[in-house]
Every structure is written in C-alpha cells, then in structure tokens.
Ligand binder design. Structure first.
Ligand SMILES: Cc1cc2nc3c(=O)[nH]c(=O)nc-3n(C[C@H](O)[C@H](O)[C@H](O)COP(=O)(O)OP(=O)(O)OC[C@H]3O[C@@H](n4cnc5c(N)ncnc54)[C@H](O)[C@@H]3O)c2cc1C
Length: 440
C-alpha cells in the first residue's frame, strides 16, 4: 500500500484502537499508524466505569449502540471472552410515582427506536433473567429480585441489553489483533497535520519527523479540539470533569451479580447539625441542599472481588482539560451518602469510609451529546471523537463506522447523524434548539 492510502490515527485510546482494529481486521487496510505519546489506553479509556447499554432517546443513538453491542458480543465469542462481557442490566430506581410513570413512557419511546420490548410486571408475566428490552418492576418484584434496594422505592426500570466489561482488556485484544495485521504504534505527539491542495498528506511529530498519509483520523479524546484545529477545524466540543470512587465493600452489602444501579430522584443528604455547620463554614453549601439525580454504581471485579464503584456528577464542572485535575475532598463521602439512600445496607460505612480510591477524567462532548464519526473538513480528514461518557460502549460501533467511511464500504442508515456536517442541516439545528440541553 502506498503512503497515499496510509491511515494515521492520532490517539491510542479506545477510539483510535477500535478504528485501527476495524480497518485492519475487518477491511484489510493494514498500512495504519497509531500515534500517541502515552502507552495505549492510559488517558481516559482506563478510567471509565466500563458499562454499556442500548437505552437512548432516539433511533440514531440506539442504532449505533446496538451495532456496537453486536460487535462486542461477536468479539467476546472470537476472543474466548477475554474482556469479560457481562449483561446484568442497568436498574433505574425511583421513590416517586410520577417518575415511575414517566419511566414507562420513556421505555415505550426507546422500544419504538429499537431498544427491544417493554414488559410491565407482574401484568406482562413473570420477570426473567438475561433477556432483551426493558422490564418495569413494581415494588413487589423490585424487593423480590433486588432486595438490597430501599423499601422507599416504588418501582424501577431495568434495561436488559446492558452491563459491563473490561475496556482495557478489550482495547488490548483489539490492538494485538491489529498489530498482527501490520498496524504500527508510534510513541510521539502529533504537532501538525500536513495538507496540500485541500487534502491531508500526513502528520508531523514532536521529534521533527513526519509520516505521509492519505487519511488522518482525529481520535484524540479530550484533546480532539486542539488536534482538529491543526487541520483548520473548529469542533463544537467542551469537556466536563467526571470522577469515580472505588471502595472496598468488606461487609458484602452489594450483591456481586448486581448490574449498574441508579437512583433516579433528587435527594438531600443526611448531614448532622454539626456537619452542616462545618460545611457552611467551609462554603460547601453545594452538598447541603437538593442534590441531583443519578447517583449510581456497580460491583467491580467479578464474584471474588469486594470492590464497588460509585459515581455522582453533582458539580458538572466544564473546564479545559488539565492533569492532574481537581478532585473534591468530599467526593467519596458524598457518593457514599448518596448511594446509601438507594442501598440502606451501606449505612455502616458512613461512620468511617472503607478503604477507597478516587480517579476520573473528562467527558469531551458536543452540545447534544452525540459523537463525531466520519469525514470532516479537508479531504482525507476523519473524526472519531466526542465520546463523552459512553466512549467504551460506543467504541466498537464507532470504529466500525469510521473504518467503513475510510474503506468506502456500505454505511448504516444512521451514519449522517454522526458527521460534523449534521450541523449544516437546519432541521438538525432545530432539534438541538428544541432539546435545550441533554441527550439528542
Ligand atoms: C469517570 C468516568 C466514567 C466513565 N464511564 C463510562 C462508562 O461506564 N461507559 C462508557 O462507555 N464510557 C464511560 N466513560 C467515557 C469513556 O471513558 C471515554 O469516552 C473514552 O475512554 C474516550 O476514549 P478516547 O479514545 O476518545 O479518548 P482517550 O482514552 O482519552 O484517548 C485519547 C488519546 O489521544 C492522545 N492524544 C491527544 N493528543 C494527541 C496528539 N497531539 N498526538 C498524539 N496523540 C494524542 C492522548 O494521549 C490519549 O491517549 C467514562 C469516563 C469517565 C471519566
């Protein structure tokens, strides 16, 4: 293959690695060079909660995620389940009858977009294990099948095509497969994207050398915006800081076979009067008033592991990505209190937090929270970025889609909705406008 058809991928996170895998292993394009100064998969792609779901509010996102999960299932089979793909579901729990009613409406909508059938229990028959679609559980079924959840809950929506896997293992496996096909990894920073007559011709590296290429893929995660700017593109991206805590559940409160559990109501944390006074003195009224929905977590590390991860985005800080990033000193305690609302058995940990560690990274995203996948700007330039908080679950579908664009293969019906050029369509802009904020 000549340099005219060589593909340079900027970034060896899960986005870049998946694109390299699909180009080389599925489209026979092996003259691929992945450039990254860091060891592969070590900036954001090893910091995630590693969860996946096909629960999204429109047909394009459901289509892309279903394709990604199909590919994950194929690769799990092909690799001998090397990345431990598990499907225990996502459980959205509420203590508010109105929220439960709304969950039913959302389930019907998601089903119409391809999310699978909706079963309302007990009316639609008994609750079963490991199926597709969505189960709506009333309080009796919830208590019977998820007894760790508070008695205050009035119902739950359980997404069944959902679970978690080891993103690091998946990425390593895909990279090994790609390397076996001839893909190379170069440890360097891309400092320029070279162009000639309106098309890309390669990249320049921080050691002064350059690599000729006919296609350049921007898969630079939190740095996608400045990297795309090297080719004159101004991507509409911003980054939010997201943190998670892993704690040792030495009392064995959270069942090891639980899926992701998500408290779907706002809540007030149970601080003592002294704590409230101290927090007020510290200027920390951000954690003493009404706290947002979606405090969530899941068991981490398989049946033998005592670890549980918890997350709660109660700040939503938008910032230019920097490392090391600021971490709220109260994060672990606040998350444990939030989780205790949903799982009262965790209460003993409020008297003294168990052994824990906190890390995180950035959700780099578009306004309407859809990724950017496919050609953009100059001829030969491609985007695989804006992976937000769904990057490891979307990576397979996105890498496949990006590789199809580069290889000139058939494209799925949703492809146009992930191009940068979607912002040129007035009806798309109108949808964003109508949405206000949130997920399109
Ligand atoms: C706390 C947290 C929880 C999450 N939970 C989930 C979850 O449950 N499920 C899910 O699907 N997703 C989740 N995510 C999101 C997911 O982790 C990210 O979307 C995904 O890892 C982004 O992958 P990426 O390849 O785009 O970026 P990264 O992994 O950040 O990789 C980008 C790479 O580009 C390189 N790079 C940048 N600039 C250059 C340059 N000039 N030259 C060469 N290389 C460059 C960087 O060094 C880096 O290695 C979570 C994220 C966080 C922070």
């Amino acid at each position: 293959m000549t340099s005219g058809t060589r593909v340079v991928i900027i970034g060896a996170g899960i986005a870049g690695v998946s694109t390299a895998f699909h180009l080389s292993c599925r489209h026979d394009i092996s003259d691929v060079v992945v450039v990254d100064p860091r060891p592969p998969l070590t900036l954001t792609s090893d910091k995630s909660t590693e969860c996946y779901r096909n629960w999204w509010p429109n047909a394009s996102m459901v289509g892309l995620m279903n394709s990604s999960i199909d590919l994950l299932e194929e690769m799990a089979e092909e690799s001998g389940d090397i990345f431990s793909l598990r499907r225990p579901g996502y459980l959205y729990v509420t203590a508010d009858p109105e929220t439960f009613r709304r969950m039913g409406e959302e389930a019907d909508a998601a089903s119409s977009f391809g999310g699978g059938e909706v079963r309302r229990h007990p009316a639609d028959g008994p609750y079963r294990e490991q199926v597709d679609g969505v189960d709506l559980l009333g309080p009796d079924d919830l208590r019977e099948h998820h007894s760790y959840v508070t008695d205050e809950a009035v119902g739950a929506l359980e997404v069944r095509r959902a679970g978690y896997f080891s993103a690091q293992q998946l990425g390593s496996w895909m990279l090994d497969q790609a390397k076996a096909r001839g893909v190379r990894v170069v440890a360097a920073t891309v400092t320029s994207i070279l162009t000639e007559n309106g098309r890309v011709t390669g990249v320049e590296l921080d050691d002064g050398s350059s690599i000729d290429a006919g296609h350049v893929v921007v898969a630079a995660g939190p740095m996608a915006r400045p990297v795309a700017a090297l080719a004159g593109l101004d991507l509409p991206l911003h980054s939010e800081l997201h943190i998670k805590v892993a704690f040792r559940d030495h009392l064995g409160v959270v069942p090891r076979d639980a899926g992701m559990f998500i408290w779907s109501d706002p809540q007030h944390l149970d601080w003592s009067d002294e704590e409230r006074e101290a927090l007020s003195d510290m200027g920390r009224t951000d954690v003493t008033g009404e706290m947002p929905i979606y405090c969530h977590g899941r068991p981490e590390g398989g049946a033998e592991s005592p670890y549980v991860v918890g997350l709660w985005e109660y700040h939503g800080d938008v910032m230019e990505p920097v490392w090391p990033f600021p971490i709220d000193d109260l994060y672990a305690e606040v998350v444990m209190k939030g989780l205790t609302t949903m799982i009262p058995g965790l209460a003993p940990y409020l008297d003294g937090l168990p052994e824990h560690s906190v890390d995180g990274g950035y959700y780099t995203k578009t306004e309407e929270n859809r990724p950017l996948i496919g050609p953009a700007g100059l001829e030969g330039l491609h985007l695989v970025c804006a992976f937000s908080g769904f990057g490891v679950m979307v990576a397979s579908g996105a890498g496949d889609l990006a590789a199809r664009h580069i290889a000139g293969a058939d494209l799925p019906g949703y492809a146009d909705d992930f191009l940068l050029s979607r912002y040129d369509r007035p009806e798309y802009l109108a949808m964003i406008e109508a949405l206000g904020s949130g997920q399109l």
